[in-house]
Write a protein that binds this ligand. Structure first.
Ligand code: PLP
Length: 259
């Protein structure tokens, strides 16, 4: 597969930024961190209960480092091609800031033939939705310097056909099977909220994911504690339902010029 079209229009490895763009991103990060704190306070959860992950698809190295300078300490990419285009620039930029080990998550669909290429750069894969994919990752790890990786099981709580993720019905058994695989640490569950404006519908999906996490913990999977749910449009509802990781792109960086 070739590059995605927008990658021909934007140099994702770019490391220079205007003062104006930096100021925009800085205020986006601060606004979003404040919104996370307000949502946590509103439901009486501790101030460190939810981490803000910056969803960085279509953003270049300089934009991502500006977000880091404003306080971001977790990054999520959707496309393997983007991980590879930015990895070197990010590593250098983070090392210059004394931050070489900030969590780097894969949050988008992962084709089998791209696994080995991204493993050296990624700390956690949130988009694992089948036993087949989990087994492939486990096998590829054998050839890597680092033989371990964090895994989230992605669950399609909305039932929308366009969304990735395993079905809620199979998630309980699948999580247990994945947790058994060599090199994979099952750290939590991930979902993309239902694409509707009805608060009750969206929150029902999030609550269902939390309930699944609780049942897995009761069954002995004590390391499976993260709930990656909530994006720019629904993060307050997700935090009210127990999210431990919100994935925000637009709210930090502004509208995307490319999909
Ligand atoms: C793009 C993306 C996000 C962030 O979406 P925004 O609406 O821009 O905040 C979160 N999660 C996933 C899986 C994404 O692809």
């Amino acid at each position: 597969m070739g590059m995605t079209a927008y990658m021909e229009h934007k140099d994702l490895s770019n490391t220079s930024i205007t003062d104006e763009r930096r100021a925009e991103i800085t205020s986006g990060v601060h606004r979003t961190l404040d919104a996370v704190q307000n949502a946590l306070a509103k439901t009486g959860r501790p101030s460190d209960a939810t981490t803000l992950l910056a969803a960085t698809k279509t953003r270049d190295v300089a934009e991502i480092l500006a977000a880091v300078d404003a306080g971001i300490r977790c990054i999520g990419e959707n496309r393997p091609q983007e991980v590879l285009a930015k990895a070197e620039g990010l590593a250098t930029g983070l090392a210059n800031r004394g931050l070489d080990a900030i969590p780097f998550h894969m949050i988008g669909q992962l084709q089998a033939n791209k696994i080995s290429k991204i493993l050296p750069y990624i700390s956690t894969i949130e988009s694992v939705d089948s036993l087949k994919l989990a087994e492939r990752i486990s096998r590829r790890l054998e050839t890597q310097e680092n033989h371990e990786i964090g895994i989230f099981l992605e669950v399609n709580e909305s039932g929308e056909e366009t969304k990735s993720g395993c079905s809620p019905d199979e998630a309980y058994d699948l999580a247990q099977q994945i947790a058994e695989l060599e090199g994979l640490r099952l750290e939590g569950l991930m979902t993309i909220g239902t694409h509707v404006s009805d608060e009750k519908v969206v929150r029902t999906g999030f609550a269902h994911l939390r309930d699944l996490r609780d049942r897995l913990q009761t069954a002995g999977l004590s390391a499976c504690r993260e709930l990656s749910m909530g994006m720019s449009g629904d993060m307050e509802w997700a935090i009210a339902e127990g999210s431990t990781l919100v994935r925000v792109g637009t709210g930090i960086f502004g509208e995307r010029a490319f999909i």
